[in-house]
Design a protein around this ligand. Structure first.
Ligand SMILES: [Ca+2]
Ligand SMILES: [Ca+2]
Length: 120
């Protein structure tokens, strides 16, 4: 069970990394705040593209579709687990939908976590 949870975390991190790498063409270790903010903006916009029905919110189903697209070979139970993980960390008010503000908060936290491993 522990091993399985670890695999999930790795895949989850890979998903976040993909989102970050996707938009980090201008990044370097001395990135100033405006570049950082632009990166965050890009990441938020990338994430909100998963809003398939354009209601301004990313639902659990839409998160599942995003993960499925990035991991087409993964079994459904794995995709569902990952989607639950994303919802848990992104959906701050637990209403079952990720708003743009919630995505901004979660992605900015993830980006800080990622860059902190570099700045030590
Ligand atoms: Ca939606
Ligand atoms: Ca929410």
């Amino acid at each position: 069970m522990f091993k399985f949870a670890r695999v999930n975390n790795v895949v989850f991190t890979v998903i976040i990394c993909n989102i970050v790498v996707l938009t980090s063409a201008f990044a370097d270790d001395n990135a100033n705040n405006s570049i950082k903010n632009r990166k965050l903006d890009n990441n938020i916009n990338e994430f909100m593209k998963n809003d398939a029905n354009h209601d301004g919110l990313v639902s659990l189903e839409e998160v599942r579709a995003m993960i499925k697209k990035q991991n087409p070979a993964s079994p459904d139970f794995m995709i569902n687990l990952l989607a639950d993980k994303v919802m848990n960390s992104f959906d701050a008010d637990k209403n079952g939908f990720i708003s743009k503000v919630e995505a901004a908060i979660a992605l900015s936290k993830e980006m800080n976590n990622l860059s902190c491993t570099k700045c030590k």
